[in-house]
Design a binder for this molecule. Structure first.
Ligand code: FES
Length: 170
């Protein structure tokens, strides 16, 4: 084979490969999204993708507060938050003066016996100590900042005592 014919074969290969390679690049979404203005895009060639993971929707239930005036107030409660959070977010008058650090007892709530019996967490010694200083203590008293909302509490009613005592005050 002469040098001339080898050169011609190489050139015909190059002429065949380069246009096909260019076509492949032009069709690639990486190329089109980077270099082609969006209004000139053939959108059928553009693949949509996202690097963010959709946040799972926060589950909510409805609970009821009997407020200091004796009115029953419906409140949207997000599962996983505390009853103190629920009261604050639904404009129910419940103080929470120590912001849930178990130092005040102003978030005192009184549950109905049937609901109290189903509460997922037993009171800790620290909570019981604070409850001893709460206004209007009852057998079914708990501190709202210590009770986490769970799905099965939907429809539960809880009473806000008529008065409030802040354990931090002398
Ligand atoms: Fe103070 Fe709950 S907010 S003990």
């Amino acid at each position: 084979m002469s040098q001339d014919s080898i050169g011609r074969n190489i050139m015909s290969c190059v002429r065949y490969i380069i246009p096909r390679f260019a076509q492949y690049i032009a069709r690639s979404s990486a190329f089109t999204t980077s270099f082609v203005p969006r209004n000139k895009l053939n959108h059928s060639l553009v693949r949509n993708f996202s690097t963010t993971i959709p946040k799972p929707k926060k589950e909510t239930i409805t609970v009821y507060f009997i407020d200091r005036d004796g009115d029953k107030v419906a409140a949207i409660a997000t599962v996983g938050t505390t009853f103190l959070d629920v009261a604050i977010h639904n404009d129910v008058e419940l103080e929470g003066a120590c912001e849930g650090t178990l130092a005040c007892s102003t978030c005192h709530l009184i549950f109905e016996q049937k609901d109290y019996d189903k509460l997922p967490q037993e009171p800790t010694d620290e909570e019981l100590d604070m409850l001893d200083l709460a206004y209007g203590l009852a057998d079914t008293s708990r501190l709202g900042c210590q009770i986490i909302v769970t799905k099965d509490m939907d429809g539960l009613t809880v009473r806000v005592p008529a008065g409030v005592a802040d354990a931090r005050e002398p």
